[in-house]
Design a binder for this molecule. Structure first.
Ligand code: NAD
Length: 500
């Protein structure tokens, strides 16, 4: 059941000296505290390094100052933080952690509510889940919830193994698998745009939609994550989770109610409808890329193979583009094109819904053709919606010109737009699992992605590196759409202020 009063919880962050804790988790808890959405809470930071409570609290304050950009009541906030130096595989260490947890529980009147937040390397996830159960940390009068970061496995088999391990200690409804895209304002808005507008839902099908394009491009390269990324690649790092989650939200049927179970079951049905690929079809539907050196914002940047901890002969993809077909009544024949990559020309996540052309164009007599109607959902860094329509070109004799209707979150309440992690942490404390991924979604996404990655791993891509840093990716990604008579809508010219 979702708790609507101010939630209480003891949050144990495993990996509390790491990057995620510092950049996202501490500032998110701080904002919840500052907005008085939580008041009875305590946090135990758990990590390997020896630290005193005072040192840990100083780190927390530092992170608030750096990443939340303010420090009102920061001393009071940091006083809720405690530290436990921990060895993941030592039972003794969990026994000590239980003593701390029990003490804080009664001190802060936390009603036995416990969140185990795993913000560390995935190889430890299974051991931690087993140990917290064995050493009695999960024997509590309140709720116990496991919040778990990506990656959830690196294939269906490994995800299944991990799931079986964590299920020994937590039920499915106690597991909150984070996909931070699901915490983003505009990703959550996909459902509202679709299901709260009479002008879209009737058109949201193969009769009126020509194709849907989902782009998530980064300008960053692999940075210090070479070791992890070499085993992952763009397909596992981005497509299996974030991109397929967005596709599921775009493609799902309207849920009969806005409950966690109903929404998830519609997303699962959408993922089940993804057309599977045979080995010899993979290259027909998907293309891969790897960045070469290039220029980005005026600076020279190295190629992927020159990055630290990357094999100089690496076969790992840093770019993926694909065509997904959803074989159900609503979407038969409508391609969902997806692409994601590192070291692209701009940082942007956008969804473009392209509507079919009208049956007859009265304005076709001029040399200009009509612009297709587009609905653009700006996920990040801009947040908003743009609708592209055709209107009369001022001063001309019945010529048309594309015009934009735009809504930008920046102009209204962007300052209040909560960070994805803030929202997701709050949801996990309230017991609302809607914006977390259910095991069935994880399993289906992995099975789909495995069919591509298994084939790619067995065949070396001889064209790598095949796109220059600072560009829109390899030529093959454009050809993928050209074969169908489509092309990618340029993300930079579909911004909220610009013209198309
Ligand atoms: P990190 O390497 O910065 O931190 C790892 C943490 O784990 C540290 O606190 C370290 O002390 C602890 N740790 C490592 N080995 C330990 C051991 N044997 N015993 C006890 N503690 C140990 O990692 P990160 O960037 O914070 O990421 C953590 C997790 O979150 C990873 O699974 C990552 O994939 C995921 N993630 C991170 C980000 C991000 O923005 N950093 C985003 C999405 C997902």
């Amino acid at each position: 059941m979702i708790e609507d009063n101010k939630p209480t919880a003891l949050i144990m962050i495993f990996g509390a000296t790491g990057d995620l804790a510092k950049r996202k988790l501490f500032p998110s808890i701080y904002r919840l505290f500052q907005k008085e959405q939580i008041n009875k809470f305590a946090v135990v930071g758990v990590a390997r390094r020896p630290l005193s409570n005072d040192e840990f609290q100083a780190n927390v304050k530092d992170s608030i100052l750096t990443f939340a950009g303010e420090n009102e009541k920061v001393d009071e906030f940091a006083s809720h933080f405690y530290y436990h130096s921990h060895d993941v595989s030592s039972s003794e260490s969990y026994i000590q952690l239980k003593e701390i947890a029990d003490r804080l529980d009664s001190h802060y009147q936390l009603e036995g509510n416990r969140i185990f937040y795993l913000a560390m390397a995935p190889e430890f996830f299974g051991t931690i889940a087993e140990q917290v159960k064995e050493q009695g940390l999960t024997d509590t009068n309140g709720y116990k919830r496991l919040v778990i970061e990506k990656p959830f496995g690196h294939s269906f088999e490994s995800a299944l193994e991990l799931n079986e391990q964590i299920r020994t200690a937590f039920n499915e409804d106690e597991i909150y698998r984070i996909d931070h895209y699901l915490g983003k304002e505009m990703v959550q808005n996909i459902e509202v745009i679709r299901f709260a507008n009479a002008i879209f839902e009737p058109l949201w099908n193969s009769r009126y939609i020509s194709n849907i394009q989902v782009t998530s491009s980064e300008t960053l390269g692999v940075e210090e994550r070479g070791r992890y990324y070499e085993k992952s690649g763009a397909l596992r790092d981005m497509v299996q989770n974030h991109i397929l989650q967005m596709v599921a939200l775009l493609a799902m049927e309207p849920p009969i109610r806005l409950t966690t179970e109903e929404i998830r079951s519609e997303k699962v049905r959408a993922l089940r409808s993804l057309r599977p690929m045979k080995k010899d079809e993979v290259n027909q539907y998907f293309v891969r890329g790897q960045y070469a050196a290039g220029t980005l914002n005026g600076a020279q940047v190295p190629g992927y193979r020159e990055e630290p901890m990357v094999d100089p002969d690496s076969n790992t993809e840093t770019f993926v583009a694909g065509k997904l077909m959803i074989d159900n009544f609503r979407w038969a024949g409508v391609p969902f094109y997806i692409r994601t990559g590192k070291r692209m020309d701009i940082k942007s996540t956008k969804i473009v819904v392209q509507f079919k052309d009208i049956p007859m164009n009265l304005y076709y007599k001029t040399e200009e053709t009509l612009h297709p109607n587009l609905l653009v959902i700006h996920i990040q860094p801009d947040e908003g919606i743009t609708l592209l329509l055709n209107a009369k070109k001022t001063g001309t004799n019945m010529k048309s010109t594309p015009v934009q209707l735009s809504f930008s979150n920046k102009g209204t309440d962007r300052i209040n737009t909560p960070e994805a992690y803030e929202r997701l942490l709050y949801d996990s404390m309230r017991g609302d699992a809607t914006n977390f991924t259910h095991w069935d979604e994880v399993a289906l996404s992995w099975k789909f992605v495995d069919s591509i990655s298994n084939y790619w791993e067995s065949t070396k891509e001889t064209s790598f590196p095949n796109y220059e840093s600072g560009t829109t990716g390899p030529k093959s990604a454009d050809e993928l759409l050209e074969k169908d008579g489509h092309s990618w809508w340029p993300v930079e010219n579909l911004d909220l202020e610009g013209n198309c």
